[in-house]
Design a binder for this molecule. Structure first.
Ligand code: CA
Length: 148
């Protein structure tokens, strides 16, 4: 895939990403690890992420319980994006969440786009959604790890 130069993407600090993007979506009522490990991030456009997802084959990997399941898909997609967009520092990572009501959890990817919107990516299908979409099915879902 061809990427626009890094300078074409806006840069925001980790604090800005938390205050303006993550906290409004996820709130503060959850116990877990928020790992914003960089001082600043470049914010990708939805178009660039879509082009990456279309080119990437993580969604075609076979699912297998425990050894190749949701966490492995999320880690694989994150790693592939890092390799594909090496040197960009995109605000793209992983989210792990749990629903007590459903006694179910999931690992997915997330990113913050150039408009400051949080997107959830399903690495097994390349579907892109919002946290509200998750809450519509799992009303009490809360993240327990966000890694960016
Ligand atoms: Ca696993």
């Amino acid at each position: 895939m061809s990427l626009p130069p890094p300078e074409s993407f806006p840069i925001q600090t980790a604090d800005w990403v938390w205050e303006n993007c993550l906290r409004p979506v996820f709130g503060t009522d959850w116990d877990g690890l928020l790992a914003l490990v960089d001082e600043w991030y470049r914010l990708p456009t939805d178009d660039v992420v879509r082009a990456f997802l279309d080119a990437d084959g993580t969604d075609r990997l076979p699912w297998q319980s425990v050894v190749s399941d949701c966490d492995d898909f999320a880690q694989a997609l994150h790693g592939t994006l890092e390799c594909t967009c090496w040197g960009y520092g995109f605000c793209f990572g992983q989210i792990y969440w749990w629903s007590n009501l459903n006694q179910a959890g999931h690992a997915q990817n997330l990113y913050v786009n150039d408009r400051g919107e949080v997107r959830i990516v399903e690495p097994q299908t390349d579907g892109v959604m919002s946290w509200s979409d998750i809450l519509s099915r799992y009303p009490d879902a809360k993240p327990f790890l966000i890694l960016l």
